[in-house]
Write a protein that binds this ligand. Sequence first.
Ligand code: GYE
Length: 330
Amino acid sequence: MRKMRTQRAIAVLASVLLIGGVAACGNSDTGGGGSKDDGKITMGFSQVGAESGWRTANTTSIKESAAAAGIELKFDDAQQKQENQIKAIRNYIQQKVDVIAFSPVVESGWDTVLKEAKDAGIPVILTDRSVDSADKSLYKTFLGSDFVKEGKLAGEWLVEQKKGATGPVNIVELQGNTGAAPANDRKKGFGEAIAANPNLKIIASQPGDFTRAGGKQVMEQFLKANPKIDVLFAHNDDMGLGALEAITAAGKVPGKDITIITVDAVKDGMQALADGKFNFIAECSPLLGPQLMDLAKKVHAGETVPARIETEETTFTQEQAKEALPNRKY
Ligand code: GYE
């Protein structure tokens, strides 16, 4: 009995000391430092633009995930211009946001502004596209797809399809915006894969800026200049969708007269694939928001995060697109 009472007394004393200690901590917190920190993380995000269905889905994912994670998001659309992105990042530095995240429209030319963020003590997360900076300490991590692999998967599928070809197979390529990581890397991966069959030849390759309008316009030129086009490789669905109009207007049947391969697998692209107008899509997931917010929290808390986080992806044939389409959210 006495023993129990003593134990209880010790427990009460311990909790009094504990509460006192916490209160004292709280006091010294508010008293010192003068940090404005209310515990809420503010993220400045510079988006490439609104050039494609992929981009729209990516923006939605980022906005929804920020709200769900309780992160205050400052968002800027750079309209595919690097100078706008640099301006937005400088604004975020001035506003002393907690974390800066961005999807660089092109790979080169970021060192100066990234150094400014580093000097201001603001961590930077690259999302979707990467930069070619030699100094990897300028950013904390890069979250996004392996674009070389996407191009490779597209090329390998074509090699398999055309393995019986006895004569030249003429390929035209619609590239993304000049200097963008997905344009450079998809071109590289595709080129490397098709080298396995010397019959496969890229006879024309031009940027269509990842837009439907760009895809349509450049495909019209391709069709005018080249009487025999067997294959179109478009670096995204939207350019492929734009090209469909040009191909039909030229009196050719997309998916039959011209084999069409794209990247992304957004809903409209998957519909074209299920309808037999496209022949193959290498997936690129735009749903990067949840992982980005998670990384922002970790980086803000001073935790180390992996330098590279790769998105998981697959590929789709026409049959697979028919199956996947009803559940496709974007
Ligand atoms: O494939 C394209 C978009 O950077 C992965 O940008 C992204 C690409 C995507 O415009 O549709």
